[in-house]
Design a protein around this ligand. Structure first.
Ligand code: HEM
Length: 143
């Protein structure tokens, strides 16, 4: 089960990243172009939110079972990365994306909806890019 979860969590990053890139691009261009908020836009922003929440659920389960999470071995940089840094950065990113979605949903004008999603999702995306254990960082991730 552990290996399957790591693979799912690793592979789902691509879905989350593609959706986030699309949502940021669409929301910012529609905000700048003063374009209406369509049902397609609502779905894109919602599926993006769902994809990062799915990563949150898988990540939380992994956090309890992964050998790379260990509060007694924080001197090791790989252990410290997963035990402290990865979870902190990703929780912050997912919180920002959630705030952007829900504030966008409650906003009254179409431009305001796109603007809130654009700003909060872009910040979330930047944090997620910074928090991923990319191969070049030598953090022992399968990639
Ligand atoms: C969008 C958010 C996230 C992305 C894109 C992401 C991405 C990744 C990636 C690419 C790996 C490396 C997997 C591998 O070894 O191939 C990983 C590992 C891990 N992630 Fe996340 N993650 C996210 C959120 C979270 C959250 C919120 C948590 C904790 C609550 C978490 C906990 C973990 C743990 C514990 C591992 C180590 C798994 C292991 O190899 O034992 N992740 N994550």
């Amino acid at each position: 089960m552990y290996t399957g979860l790591v693979h799912a969590h690793s592979g789902l990053r691509w879905l989350a990243l593609v959706l986030l890139l699309a949502a940021v691009f669409v929301s910012i261009s529609r905000w700048q172009g003063n374009k209406p908020f369509t049902d397609g836009n609502r779905k894109l922003y919602l599926f993006t939110l769902i994809s990062v929440h799915l990563q949150l659920v898988l990540g939380l389960i992994l956090y309890f079972i992964s050998p790379k999470v260990n509060f007694d071995a924080l001197a090791n940089r790989v252990i410290r990365f997963y035990t402290v840094e990865h979870i902190t950065i990703m929780l912050l990113a997912i919180a920002l994306i959630t705030v952007g979605y829900s504030r966008g949903k409650r906003a009254t004008s179409d431009v305001q909806k796109h603007r809130l999603v654009g700003i909060f999702y872009a910040l979330g995306l930047a944090l997620i890019l910074a928090g991923i254990p990319w191969a070049f960082r030598g953090l022992g991730a399968g990639n």
